[in-house]
Design a protein around this ligand. Structure first.
Ligand SMILES: [Zn+2]
Length: 188
């Protein structure tokens, strides 16, 4: 059975047996918080549990490495929607130790792309269009520096209202321990 079929079978059972009932809530975050964190699989359940968040408590935006890599990209837009349309009034950027994004080698990814059928011509066209693919794919060396960079970008964004604290933290992906890197309320 394919994983898609497995998922659809399970889903039918889930809905039929009303297993969704404990999760019913509204689209507004009860704790008025929007979180930017990494897509790492170890954080899927651990992060909300370690912070005592239940379904409906917070908005969670995820990107590889918890990085905002463009001030007008999709990640930043999601954070702004959280604040302006969905009643969040606090932002948390939560990186983690042992992040896959800290070891990303742009050359390895480009090689993989070519091995999987993406032509050199396509890569050249993208590069000639003003996108430095190597730079775009690059990860970060140090998670603390990377979190601070994202925190700064969000706090100083021209569309982010003043008075919204932007906190920076790093989580241990095994124990869930949080290290505070920057308390955003110090900048209010
Ligand atoms: Zn990560």
């Amino acid at each position: 059975m394919t994983s898609l079929q497995e998922i659809l079978n399970f889903n039918e059972f889930f809905v039929a047996h009303k297993q969704y009932e404990p999760y019913i809530t509204t689209k507004y975050p009860d704790k008025r918080i929007v979180i930017l964190t990494c897509m790492d699989t170890r954080l899927v359940e651990l992060l909300p549990k370690a912070m005592n968040f239940r379904n409906g408590d917070v908005k969670i935006v995820k990107s590889a490495g918890a990085i905002v890599n463009h001030p007008f990209g999709g990640i930043m837009r999601s954070l702004l929607v959280g604040v302006h349309a969905l009643q969040a009034d606090e932002v948390y950027v939560i990186g983690h130790y042992d992040c896959g994004m800290s070891a990303v080698d742009p050359d390895q990814i480009l090689t993989s792309m070519k091995e999987r059928g993406i032509s050199q011509e396509t890569l050249d066209i993208i590069n000639y269009s003003g996108v430095d693919l190597r730079e775009w794919l690059r990860g970060f060396g140090d998670v603390t520096t990377s979190v601070l960079k994202s925190v700064d970008l969000i706090r100083q964004h021209p569309l982010m209202p003043k008075g919204i604290p932007v906190h920076g933290l790093v989580i241990d992906p095994n124990t869930g321990r949080l290290d505070l890197i920057q308390d955003g309320s110090e900048f209010l």
